[in-house]
Design a protein around this ligand. Structure first.
Ligand code: B12
Ligand code: SF4
Ligand code: SF4
Length: 398
């Protein structure tokens, strides 16, 4: 523990919020974090109010953890009662640009090209905490997390000075852009806080115009029910038929509203963390025909274990690849889609395979759909097959 501070005695960092801030900054930079900020542990009132409105409008879709009371999600002390400061850290995950999709792959959002960021970042947060304890000569009670705990991380980060809210609702830093993860350490230590983040989109509305599904309902307000990121990752059910074409070739997440952002065009620099590079994980495109052949969770784990793509599981990823294949009109994918329609254990996969075959509409695809009409048992799948046949130009099937 640190010595009591007497007149003339050197103050230990644990007693000195400014020195603690210096030590933190040094440690965080040494661990490779691009952005470091601190705010007090008081409730995030403005964020909480906006969250309540968002929830009341139904925009949280069926994400159970986002239906928790706004008072809980906006109060750091509800996560750790002894918390005095929220340390907010930013780390760029920007792995570069997608090449043209010449191979007809399923597009993966940039944050998910490499290893699972939850694990990678948590490891460094623990290191940082250990370093803080050593430098401060005091035990620091801390809670470390990224994207895993019910706290409004963007609001905390904005108050800690990491950036401002863009119209796409992402937190934007004037020097880094928005391709960065936010990570947090709640600590029972008083650390000198930063001024809140400022900045502006000016008159730009590019993201709102470019969003393929019109999910950005107002500046800074994203309706998750329409967001491709939700539809392909958090959504455990169908991708609604009226949205499937708008999903385009995205097989996991979506970056459109960040790609068009002038801050990213000017400022995004490739992440210094090798774990987030394409070589470390699934990379920018999934080989659709290969993915559609995965029939067991074991095979899926062997292929995607340790990457963010495990989040929607085998069924979710195959569902998404069916939609991407349909939108890409990939004739080469027809045999794999027929395999899904005939053999996959999941009605969700069979139903989306039927849709994709209808979109591709080649002779072989329609033949497989007609055959499946006689063997399929699931009511919803049968409906998908009928609609696929109708929409691919056949007379109504009765
Ligand atoms: C639920 C969730 C989603 C949902 C809903 C997204 C959303 N916009 O709400 C879905 C699945 C759609 C999603 C998608 C993505 N997500 Co997400 N997601 C979350 C999560 C878990 C909660 C977000 C939340 O609280 N939403 C509720 C709404 C009301 O909050 P909000 O959008 O943040 O809005 C805030 C502003 O309105 C703000 N606010 C306050 N005052 C003011 C004033 C003004 C003028 C404005 C404009 C705003 C504003 O207060 C609100 C509350 O914080 C966070 C992690 C966390 N625990 O915070 C990650 C998080 C937001 N996601 C992240 C990422 C990377 C993504 C994707 C880019 C992934 C991808 N490529 O597919 C997309 C981006 C889509 C988008 N445009 O938002 C990062 C964002 C990092 C950053 N730099 O902003 C986070 C912080 C995870 C992390 N720890 O890094 N996500
Ligand atoms: S992530 Fe894609 S779908 Fe979601 S708001 Fe941004 S552009 Fe729209
Ligand atoms: S694209 Fe334009 S409006 Fe959207 S977040 Fe970036 S600067 Fe703001």
């Amino acid at each position: 523990m640190s010595e009591k501070t007497g007149r003339g005695a050197r103050r230990e960092p644990a007693d000195d919020p400014r020195e603690a801030r210096r030590v933190l900054e040094e440690g965080a930079r040494a661990r490779g974090f691009d952005l470091v900020g601190v705010t007090g542990a008081e409730p995030l009132r403005r964020g909480g109010e906006r969250l309540r409105e968002w929830q009341e409008a139904g925009m949280a879709a069926d994400m159970g953890y986002m239906h928790r009371p706004a008072e809980l999600l906006s109060d750091p002390k509800r996560l750790q009662s002894s918390a005095r400061s929220v340390v907010s850290l930013g780390v760029s995950y920007y792995p570069g640009e997608h090449s043209a999709n010449e191979g007809g792959g399923g597009r993966v959002a940039r944050y998910a090209w490499g290893r699972d960021y939850h694990e990678v970042i948590k490891g460094r947060l623990f290191e940082l905490r250990a370093e803080l304890e050593e430098a401060l000569g005091a035990r620091v009670k801390a809670r470390a997390f990224t994207d895993a705990v019910p706290l409004l991380e963007r609001s905390a980060a904005q108050r800690a000075g990491l950036g401002f809210f863009g119209r796409n609702s992402c937190l934007i830093n004037g020097n880094v852009g928005s391709y960065f993860f936010i990570a947090d350490l709640l600590v029972d230590l008083e650390i000198e806080p930063d001024a809140e983040g400022t900045g502006t989109c000016g008159r730009c509305t590019r993201c709102m115009v470019a969003c393929p599904t019109g999910a950005i309902k107002a500046p800074g307000v994203v309706d998750a029910r329409l967001c491709i990121s939700y539809l392909t990752i958090e959504n455990g059910g169908e991708i609604p038929r009226d949205l499937r074409r708008k999903v385009g070739d995205w097989a996991f997440g979506c970056d459109v509203c960040q790609e068009v952002c002038p801050y990213n065009k000017r400022k995004a620099t490739v992440s210094r963390w090798p774990e987030f590079s394409a070589a470390a994980g699934a990379g920018p495109y999934l080989e659709i025909t290969e993915v559609l052949k995965i029939r067991t969770d074991e095979e899926f784990e062997a292929r995607f274990g340790g990457t963010p793509l495990t989040r929607p599981g085998r069924v979710g990823i195959l569902r998404n690849c069916c939609v991407a294949a349909g939108n890409l009109r990939r004739r080469e994918a027809v045999p794999a889609l027929v395999g899904c329609l005939r053999k996959d254990a999941s009605p969700l996969v069979r139903g989306h395979a039927a849709w994709a075959l209808g979109e591709i509409g080649a002779g072989e695809a329609r033949l497989a759909l007609k055959r499946a009409l006689t063997t399929e048992q699931d009511t919803r799948c049968l409906e998908e097959i009928r609609l696929a046949l109708e929409e691919s130009g056949d007379a109504p099937v009765g």
